[in-house]
Design a protein around this ligand. Structure first.
Ligand code: NAP
Length: 772
């Protein structure tokens, strides 16, 4: 590599040329900083080359550093190398930092005028105290930092140019840290391939105490304990991979770790106390032979570990940065294709969420079949594990929930993360308002933009105490231990999530909780509560229940999700020659708006093999192509099809004549502003339409053969339903449709791409940010 480095320092001085300092020099060299081959820039005259110098008490280390090509020179004394340094990196052991900074304070006048100082110490509060002692205050040009990378080796001989690549470096700037100094230290680490983060000193020390110092302490202690018990170390002969994995870090440098435990004493002790309490709980469970308690702990840990792995591999659900990574997934749909066959789409999301919630609060064991293994429902499952519920699975759609009863949930140790799931957050809000402990509910970026006031406000009327972020948005802080009182609530908007939230809070409230809905909404909560033996009454548009009862576990067979089925219903409805059967679809009367609307548009759609499974009506949906016509969508069907509109807009784009939708302002506060997102997408492929604040008019292409619109590039705004809607639009496009940010499809419809290909679409998945 001969490109000049982005690091604009003239002279970097590394104090302490060991593993960390040496690796920094190596990484900088690799990035082109001060390389010999970069100085003869043509033209003849001498070019002043950037330099790396080092100071280390061991002259041999310096000689080795020069020999390895890492540094240009060095000295055993700071005063021998400080002149003209523009950036000083302190890479000495933690307890040596204070002395080095004292010495540096007296010599800094000889460094370059704009000199910046940084360090790499594994603890931060003690080093900041040392800096204040040495300089009289924290100098604005001193930026403390810590690369989260290392190895059990030490000394410059172990220097590794790739040590920091794809690792994190935490900087802990102070309020009066000079932003220019901070920017230069950021540039330094970024040049080494590291991801630079910032946090305050106290948080750094707490986080590292838990994630690094505690595990080292345990590894040292375990190996020492076993070694003492078996003086001849015979026992290690039999040690298998588990022991090796767990204790690898006990081979680390003892002196360095002594320093760290002295420097970060308080934070280490706090994390050790938490750990001891955890071990004591587990010990107790083992002693009592309490399999449920053990299973709860192991299950939680095993899933947390799995989550951690997926975080590391950047492949999983839940974490934000990772969602952003995944957001780069793109679909490319080739025009044309057929829609035939028999398929079963995944389980209903609403019912999957509720099955875990009620199963957890029930007495007894709830066996669930057909559970949607999407990221949202997995987040719900994980949240209950964090509240002490033992849950087995999911294994191929099967989940076993060991209910803890209405008052058996335990305080989670941190915020509950519900990913992208608005349903989960709103239902959880009701359920958690009735608990004895405080909770914090949070979600991903898109969820934290969505309004929660609509549940927080009525819950407050019931006596709940809930804090939200600005504008009633997540995170929600729910204060436990409040006495809830039943209320009669007139919902200002038709929302199943608000209704369910209040009914769940009502389970914990004194007296009756009554909810009136302005239009019918999904009644899965009422049906499932009834299935779990809890009486829910309904009269006209009001439903109510009496608090203080109990739930009894019941088996649940989750029907296929009609919202997911919709994409294939529309795909078949718009594609000449199609003939498709969707098996075991939930046809709850509060969800069949899409069936009613497609029929009104003239679709040939039949319900076959109708039956009732676990209180929910189910049927196979058989659909064949017939030409569709534009309609005025009846206002009473809007809440029954609210999630189905992105797909229905595509049906409208292919129908003959105009399709009019009004009274659907709710669409503007879904995962995206779906009215706007769909209008933009329709414009991109050339479908004529007029957008209104609460709806849209779509002028359908109306051709019975060939394309009804063009191809184009669609921004899904990371909204899964927008992405899937434009995927099926490809069936009647004249050119390829390319859809950006499709990763969230996995949140609601795992396996969508495979099923789409199975029925006859031609669809490629692409990654990366570049243009199509
Ligand atoms: P190392 O390999 O032992 O290197 C430390 C070097 O500093 C040694 O060459 C040591 O020389 C030298 N030194 C000690 N006192 C000095 C002084 N007063 N002036 C100049 N040099 C001095 O240790 P390391 O692993 O690189 O650790 C360095 C720092 O990085 C520590 O603060 C550590 O907490 C931090 N860190 C380490 C890791 C890791 O995994 N190793 C990870 C992140 C951060 P002698 O050997 O002659 O004493």
């Amino acid at each position: 590599m001969t490109e000049p480095s982005a690091v604009a320092e003239a002279r970097i001085l590394i104090v302490g040329l060991g593993l960390i300092g040496g690796s920094l020099a190596a990484a900088l060299r690799e990035a082109g900083f001060g390389r010999r081959d970069s100085d003869d820039a043509g033209g003849g005259g001498p070019v002043k080359r950037a330099e790396i110098l080092a100071c280390d008490p061991d002259a041999d280390e310096i000689a080795r550093g020069i020999e390895m090509g890492l540094i240009d020179g060095g000295d055993t004394r700071l005063e021998g190398v400080i002149d003209g340094a523009t950036l000083v990196v302190l890479a000495v052991p933690v307890l040596a930092m204070r002395g080095v900074m004292g010495e540096l304070a007296g010599l800094l006048g000889r460094a370059a005028p704009q000199v910046v100082v940084t360090d790499v110490g594994s603890t931060k509060a003690a080093i900041r105290d040392g800096a204040v002692a040495a300089f009289g205050r924290m100098p604005p040009s001193l930026v403390l930092g810590h690369p989260i990378a290392g190895s059990e080796k030490s000394g410059v001989a172990a220097a590794n140019p790739a040590l920091y690549a794809d690792h994190k470096v935490i900087l802990t700037p102070e309020p009066d840290t000079d932003p220019a100094a901070l920017a230069r230290v950021r540039t330094l680490w970024a040049a080494c391939g590291a991801e630079v983060l910032e946090m305050d000193v106290a948080r750094h020390d707490q986080v590292l105490a838990r994630t690094s110092h505690l595990p080292h302490l345990l590894a040292f202690s375990l190996v020492d304990t076993l070694a003492r018990q078996d003086e001849r170390l015979e026992i290690f002969r039999y040690a298998a991979g588990g022991f090796r994995d767990f204790t690898r870090i006990a081979g680390s440098d003892p002196v360095m770790w002594r320093d760290i435990f002295i420097a970060n004493r308080d934070a280490v002790l706090t994390s050790l106390e938490d750990f001891e309490a955890g071990v004591a709980r587990l010990r107790d469970a083992v002693e009592r032979g309490d399999g449920d308690a053990m299973l709860a702990t192991f299950d939680r840990a095993s899933h947390a570990r799995h989550y951690f792995d997926t975080l590391l591999n950047k492949t999983s659900y839940q974490a934000e940065y990772q969602m952003q990574q995944q957001g780069k997934l793109r679909y490319r749909v080739s025009p044309g294709g057929g829609v035939t066959g028999r398929i079963r789409v995944p389980g209903d999301k609403s019912i999957s969420h509720r099955s875990i919630m009620l199963g957890a609060l029930a007495e007894g064991v709830t066996e669930i079949k057909g559970f949607l293994e999407g990221e949202d429902s997995l987040a719900t499952l994980q949240a209950f594990r964090e509240m002490g519920v033992a849950i087995e699975g999911p294994h191929q759609g099967r989940v076993t929930v060991h209910g803890v009863g209405m008052h058996g949930l335990k305080a989670p140790s941190g915020p509950l993360y519900v990913g992208n799931a608005g349903t989960a957050m709103r239902l959880f809000a009701g359920l958690l308002a009735g608990q004895a402990f405080d909770t914090e509910l949070t979600g991903d970026t898109s969820l934290t933009r969505r309004p929660m006031g609509r549940v927080a406000d009525p819950l407050r009327l019931m006596g709940a105490e809930i804090d939200t972020a600005e504008g009633g948005r997540p995170p929600l802080h729910i204060h436990g231990g409040k006495t809830l009182k039943g209320i009669a609530y007139d919902m200002p908007m038709a929302s199943a999530q608000v209704k369910s939230c209040l009914l769940l809070a009502g389970l914990y409230a004194e007296g009756e909780t009554r909810v009136r809905e302005p239009a019918p909404t999904r009644d899965h909560t009422e049906r499932m509560l009834t299935g779990f033996g809890y009486a829910v009454q309904r009269e006209g548009d009001i439903c109510w229940l009496e608090g203080g009862g109990k739930l009894t576990a019941a088996p649940i067979d989750v029907p296929s999700d009609i919202s997911s089925a919709t994409f294939f219903l529309v795909a078949a409805a718009i594609t000449p020659g199609s003939d498709l059967v969707l098996e075991h679809v939930g046809i709850n009367p509060t969800r069949i708006g899409v069936i009613n609307i497609l029929r009104l548009m003239g679709a040939d759609l039949r319900q076959e093999n109708e039956r009732v499974v676990g209180g929910e009506p189910v049927a196979d949906l058989h659909i064949r192509y017939t030409p569709l016509k534009g309609i005025e969508i009846p206002v009473d069907q809007v809440p029954l099809a609210i999630d189905e509109f992105p797909a229905l807009f595509i049906a409208a784009a292919n129908a003959e004549g105009v399709t009019r939708l009004r009274g659907a302002e709710e669409l503007r506060v879904k995962e995206s502003d779906r009215l706007q997102a769909m209008a933009d997408g329709l414009a991109a492929i050339g479908v004529e339409h007029t957008l209104y604040p609460d709806g849209i008019d779509i002028m359908g292409g109306g051709r019975h053969e060939g394309p009804n619109y063009g191809g184009g590039r669609i921004d899904s705004l990371e909204d899964h339903r927008i992405a899937m809607a434009f995927t099926i639009a490809g069936l009647r496009a004249s050119d390829a449709i390319v859809i950006d940010d499709c990763a969230n499809v996995a949140t609601s419809f795992p396996g969508f791409v495979d099923l789409a290909r199975k029925v006859g679409l031609t669809l490629e998945e692409e990654s990366g940010e570049e243009g199509a």
